[in-house]
Write a protein that binds this ligand. Structure first.
Ligand SMILES: C[S@@+](CC[C@H](N)C(=O)[O-])C[C@H]1O[C@@H](n2cnc3c(N)ncnc32)[C@H](O)[C@@H]1O
Length: 436
């Protein structure tokens, strides 16, 4: 507890419960994150955790390499409409567009990049000549159809799905119950009581249906999160594509693993404030992020129903290594980097090995170390490297879809490049750390 007064979001939640009774956790999470005064309406949203674009610009640069390849498989549309959903502060857009300028065949000029976020605040995408921001709900493309070019050739997202509101359920005496949010008995002045968990019958049969669909039976006493909005996201993404790809990066697991009672008896819901992870969603409501791991089995199966065929689901570390992470590392950091103000991430047991500094980085260079540590973190097992990257295709010939990932084996594609030969075209100057 911070002892700070309740945020407007928390007050509104309490008023609503006091008037109408307990609300589902999904309603609570939507209000705590996105209603007026909620976490994502704050100008400081996003400073409480690290996402890959915040950790190192090589993340975007390497995704640009993959996008170049997908563009050629789609026969090089001009413009090539890239739509990034839940783009936050726009860093990924900035990093991808910066890298595309160094890629061949006029790819940089072809890309037309739109970031979509509920957040109105313009970010790093500002000032990039071929980008724009649409302030819209990414789950309802109708709300942005004037602002987002259609059809999209690639729909991208990084850590959007883990930010979608989830329902919480628990198996009690063989019955599936839903965990609602209510007010405790200590209501003092109408709505200032403590927020508490209330177990009731599920608000919708869709919760039980989802567990059946993924072949999961919860054990007695097990708590789990279910994100019903995944279906809306899948439909919206499929609707944006005619012939193209969806690349979705997030932390999550197949359902059999996510709902494993031995590994995750209490579910995966966590909260972040000032880089501290807790599991106390009723504290600091509106001042902390709330998130849960993504059920990739449901994303893939909902995708199939919507015409999105999964062509690969791999760890982020594996993908980035294959796309040329080592090439970028060998090329080293930009000369004269000033990373003062850049928070150097702890190296950790799997972090920067002692011999990790390339020849062109002086061993006493903090800047070089910060740059390399960030780069290493992108692929670190047990951290960002374990995030999943799901590539889906819609309306793409089977042969082309198969080639979308097979080039990661390192053989040159028809366009004549391997991933690392493309990565080597991106100079260190394009990979400068830029603190917030
Ligand atoms: C965890 S942040 C990730 C930001 C960014 N992609 C990154 O990697 O740094 C989640 C972002 O998704 C946005 N978001 C959540 N739900 C959304 C929705 N339905 N439509 C559009 N944006 C959404 C939030 O505003 C926030 O900026």
């Amino acid at each position: 507890m911070t002892g700070l007064p309740p945020t407007p979001a928390e007050r509104a939640i309490r008023r609503r419960i006091a008037r109408h009774g307990p609300i589902t956790f999904a309603e609570f999470m939507a209000a705590a994150l996105y209603a007026p005064g909620g976490y994502y309406t704050r100008t400081t949203a996003g400073v409480d955790y690290y996402t890959s674009p915040q950790v190192h610009p090589a993340f975007g640069a390497l995704l640009a390499v993959q996008l170049f390849h997908l563009w050629t498989l789609l026969e090089r549309p001009r413009p090539c409409n890239v739509v990034e959903l839940g783009a936050g502060d726009g860093r990924l857009c900035r990093d991808i567009l910066t890298a595309t300028r160094y890629l061949p065949d006029g790819f940089g000029d072809a890309v037309n990049y739109t970031v979509v976020d509920r957040r109105a605040a313009p970010g790093w995408e500002q000032g990039m000549s071929n980008s724009s921001r649409a302030v819209a709900d990414a789950l309802s493309p109708d709300s942005d159809n004037a602002a987002v070019p259609a059809p999209a050739h690639c729909v991208l997202s990084n850590e959007l799905l883990d930010a979608l509101p989830v329902h919480r359920v628990r198996m009690e005496d063989g019955r599936l119950r839903e965990l609602y949010v209510g007010l405790g008995p200590d209501v003092a002045d109408g709505y200032e009581g403590a927020l508490v968990e209330v177990s009731r019958d599920p608000s919708t049969p869709a919760l039980q249906r989802r567990l059946c669909d993924v072949g999961v039976a919860l054990s007695d006493g097990q708590t789990a999160e279910i994100c019903l909005l995944l279906d809306a996201w899948v439909k919206a993404t499929a609707a944006r594509l005619e012939s193209g790809f969806a690349l979705t990066i997030d932390y999550g697991r197949p359902a059999s693993d996510l709902y494993d009672p031995a590994q995750r008896p209490h579910g995966t819901l966590v909260t972040y404030r000032a880089h501290r992870q807790t599991d106390a969603p009723f504290q600091d409501v509106g001042r902390q992020d709330i998130t849960a791991q993504v059920d990739f089995t449901s994303v893939e199966s909902a995708g199939r129903h919507a015409g999105l065929i999964a062509i690969g689901n791999m760890p982020q570390g594996w993908l980035l290594q294959r796309l040329g992470l080592q090439t970028i590392r060998r090329n080293g950091p930009p000369a004269g980097s000033d990373v003062s103000g850049w928070q150097i991430l702890p190296a950790g047991p799997e972090g920067l090995p002692p011999d990790a500094l390339p020849d062109n980085v002086a061993s006493d260079s903090d800047d070089g170390r910060a740059w390399l540590t960030g780069l290493t973190h992108l692929a670190r097992p047990g951290g960002l490297g374990d995030f999943r990257a799901l590539l889906q295709a819609k309306g793409v010939a089977d042969g082309s879809a198969a080639l979308a990932l097979s080039w990661l084996d390192g053989a040159p594609a028809d366009h004549g490049y391997t991933p690392s030969s493309l990565a080597s075209l991106i100079p260190p100057e394009a990979l400068r750390l830029t603190p917030a």
